[in-house]
Design a protein around this ligand. Structure first.
Ligand code: ADP
Ligand code: MG
Length: 341
């Protein structure tokens, strides 16, 4: 194992930034100067940033380092896709304490590079610093879109259909499973973790993907969603963002909300109603968007997209319809709130 102090900051940067592939014409200059240079010609540029702090956003006792690197990139790409834009470049800044070795930081970068290769995004720079205790990773993603395609949270109109990609609640179920097994391990290290049969929810938590396929689908079907947001804090909270920004209300139907079988099974094991994972769990990185009724047929039989409700006028409020018709007001809990229950 190599200590970081042996290598020094510049040695570390050299090691981390070797073997970087550049995929995009818009990257004029990547790593190696005082600043990167980009050229987007006649496209609009979108930019987004996320900070991940050890102990707040991730726990290294159950998240493998490579997965952490991969996921740190994915959460940013998801934000770019949520604008109906294409991510092209990222910068990565890290602060690390001396408890981390070169090998462990390289593990994180393996995950970062894998995400870059998978999504054809260029790593064009960053910053490296020491920290007193934990680890901090800050990633910024830059992307491009045609002016007329950029999709905001604010465009939903009365009678638009509310759609989600994939299924919801899985990442939170995966987190709960990992936490349960960690508690068991702490109380008795002899007991092996029982993770069998839960590959899907573990994957949703540890190795999420960003929905580039849905963005491509919009292009193919010639659809421009009227509004869009990515689901990082649970369906309830994201829906309320759309309602607030679009000055509208909404009705969603509990029986329409897509939940995977494993998510159901694990929620039942914990004696929690599965839909609470979808509404208040976090980190699904699916897309929530609205389309006009005229586009209904294009999505009607698409297995990757589920229509879960519709937009109403603002005075009607935001409600979840249960079964045959009782209504519950949608409240933003955010997944951090659920976590402490
Ligand atoms: P400066 O002193 O101008 O901040 P640095 O020595 O920090 O320059 O960085 C040199 C080059 O390496 C720059 O292109 C920078 O973007 C890149 N870089 C620094 N840290 C990282 C990192 N953790 N990951 C990727 N690139 C990095
Ligand atoms: Mg620097």
């Amino acid at each position: 194992m190599t200590s970081i102090s042996e290598l020094g900051e510049f040695g570390l940067i050299k090691r981390l930034s070797k073997d970087i592939s550049i995929y995009n014409k818009s990257t004029v200059k990547g790593i190696g100067d005082d600043a990167a240079v980009l050229s987007y010609q006649n496209k609009e540029t979108v930019i987004t940033t996320d900070i991940l702090i050890e102990g707040i956003h991730f726990d290294l006792s159950y998240v493998p380092l490579k997965h952490l690197g991969y996921k740190a990139v994915i959460v940013n790409l998801s934000d770019v896709f949520a604008m109906n834009a294409s991510p092209k470049q990222i910068t990565v800044s890290i602060a690390i304490s001396n408890r981390f070795t070169l090998e462990s930081i390289e593990e994180i970068y393996k995950g970062i590079k894998l995400a870059c290769d998978t999504y054809k995004v260029d790593l064009i720079g960053g910053d490296t610093s020491s920290s007193v205790t934990g680890m901090v990773i800050c990633i910024t993603a830059v992307g491009e879109a045609d002016k007329n395609k950029i999709t905001y949270r604010s465009g939903a109109k009365e009678n638009d259909l509310i759609c989600v990609s994939g299924d919801l609640g899985g990442a939170y179920a995966g987190l709960k499973l990992l936490q349960r097994e960690q508690d068991v391990f702490r109380s008795n290290p002899e007991i092996q973790p029982e993770l069998e049969g839960y590959d899907y929810i573990l994957g949703k938590q540890l190795k999420p993907e960003a929905r580039v396929d849905i963005i491509k689908l919009f292009d193919e079907l010639k659809i421009k969603p009227t509004s869009m947001i990515d689901i990082s804090d649970g369906l309830s909270s994201e829906l309320l963002h759309i309602s607030e920004e679009s000055n509208c209300g909404c009705r969603i139907y509990d029986q329409k909300i897509p939940i995977a079988e494993e998510t159901h099974a694990f929620a039942n094991e914990l004696q929690i109603v599965p839909i609470t994972f979808a509404l208040n769990g976090g980190e699904d990185y699916e897309l929530l968007f609205t389309i006009s009724q005229a586009d209904y047929n294009k999505f009607r039989s698409n297995p990757d997209v589920t229509i879960i409700g519709h937009i109403t006028e603002q005075t009607k409020g935001n409600y979840l319809v249960i079964g045959e018709g009782s209504e519950i007001e949608i409240q933003a809990q955010g997944w951090n709130a659920v976590k402490n229950n």
